[in-house]
Design a protein around this ligand. Structure first.
Ligand code: HEM
Length: 214
């Protein structure tokens, strides 16, 4: 297409594309090596559906619950959008665990790939934190009490547990301030963290290539 040729001439995106994506796939690769890619695909789905959800959600004590009800009743395909976000989030936890299991079983965390595992561990933490902070956002009874229990568990950790729990909640109790804090973490802090660690993870995989056969 002419327009693509024009843009490519000015921006040179096919060359950059090639350097990143044009890599031979080893012949012995099998389906167990797909879980990292599936996890990334789910992450992209979560990002896209999350962007759309954020256009209808209000992170305030008075409005949060109502905005979710409105999403179901009034927004075209709103329930589908919420369902896609919910299920992609749940599935991502399953596929990330399968990815870790594959990497562990094939011993791919060993020298020279130790830091792949370290960056991956941060990604695992980020993924679980997405789940924990997202769970409060519907602001219903289940969400509220799950967060009371979760933050109390954190509070019972020795030395800094209480400090961390208060910091996370914005006080001793789960209130509207907690909701705003969780929303900020869910839509800003964690996506930024995920972006950083994903970049590190992929950069290192590109350098070392995929590990060999067992
Ligand atoms: C958002 C989460 C993650 C994404 C999107 C992701 C993505 C990927 C992709 C696409 C690969 C290439 C090979 C493959 O797919 O199996 C890979 C490799 C690798 N990942 Fe992850 N990963 C994630 C989390 C993790 C976690 C939690 C760990 C371990 C704690 C980990 C450790 C590794 C290691 C060691 C490799 C190198 C494997 C090899 O060379 O055979 N990753 N990752």
């Amino acid at each position: 297409m002419q327009i693509l040729d024009y843009l490519n001439d000015r921006l040179g995106f096919t060359n950059r594309h090639r350097r990143v994506l044009d890599k031979p796939v080893p012949e012995w690769i099998n389906y167990f090596y797909c879980f990292g890619g599936i996890t990334f695909t789910l992450f992209v789905i979560l990002l896209l559906t999350g962007l759309l959800l954020s256009m209808h959600y209000s992170p305030t004590e008075a409005e949060a619950y109502k905005s979710i009800q409105k999403l179901h009743r009034e927004v075209p395909l709103g329930a589908l959008l919420r369902g896609a976000h919910h299920w992609a989030g749940n599935l991502m936890v399953v596929t990330i665990l399968l990815h870790m299991l594959r990497v562990f079983v094939t011993g791919s965390y060993k020298n020279p790939r130790e830091l792949h595992w370290v960056a991956g561990s941060f990604l695992f933490l980020v993924t679980l934190s997405f789940g924990f902070t997202g769970y409060l956002l519907p602001w219903d009874q289940k969400a509220y009490w799950a967060t009371v229990i979760g933050t109390n568990m954190l509070g019972s950790a020795p030395l800094i547990g209480q400090f961390l729990a208060d910091l996370l909640r914005g006080g001793p109790d789960v209130t509207g301030r907690t909701l705003l804090r969780f929303y900020s973490i869910h839509v800003l802090w964690l996506p930024l963290g995920a972006g950083l660690f994903l970049w590190m993870h992929f950069h290192m995989i590109k350098r070392t290539g995929i590990s060999g056969k067992l």
